[in-house]
Ligand binder design. Sequence first.
Ligand SMILES: [Fe+2]
Ligand SMILES: [Fe+2]
Length: 230
Amino acid sequence: MSVKRKADEIVGTTCIDLAHLDKEGAQAMMTVFNKVRGAGFMVASPNNNAERVISMFKAQEGLSIGFPVDCYIHGLQTATLALRDGCDEETVVCALLHDLGECWSTINHGEIAASLLRPYISPKNYWILKHHEVFQAYIYQNGFELKDIEKVRDQFKDSPHFDACVQFCERYDSKAFDPEYDTLPLEHFIPMIKRIFNRKPYVESGCLEDGRENAAKFSLGEAYPSPEPN
Ligand SMILES: [Fe+2]
Ligand SMILES: [Fe+2]
């Protein structure tokens, strides 16, 4: 389908104020939505999402933040270390993608991968991704003479995921800058990424139990078509 379609073909409803969207308008809108999806433009199919995230990961190739390896190798090496340490597949994929947002927003980059993966991963892995910058800073604090970083990190001590985040950073993330290490190639992890994105969002990961946000977003499912299991 060309994106330059005639207006009458792409407009399903004439509604310009969502408060006035009636059932007929919603159905007409969904007809267009499904046509677009059928033509391959669907935003939320599992394999499309996996391919998009793989492209984002590949974009880290050559991106250096001053270490002996670039962000692409750092991600692969973090995942390789996690895999060889016996981590489950979900944790390995989180390790691979944990710095996906580094080039967009250094200071809160963990939130980017955390949000992309949230419907598919456990509350523990979501928490690790979201907080790992702070725990990493605790490890490298001497290099930057960071003030009060222990206090900053320890304010999260009441979290049940605190120790797991310490372990993720100490064993994998902080060790993954070695150009001589036998790092596994991206191809090794692609089937894992696809399996994670093919999980039923919010259901298989257990994240529905993780507070009101996930339950609220899951409940929107009735307004959206189910992702194609392609
Ligand atoms: Fe990071
Ligand atoms: Fe990292």
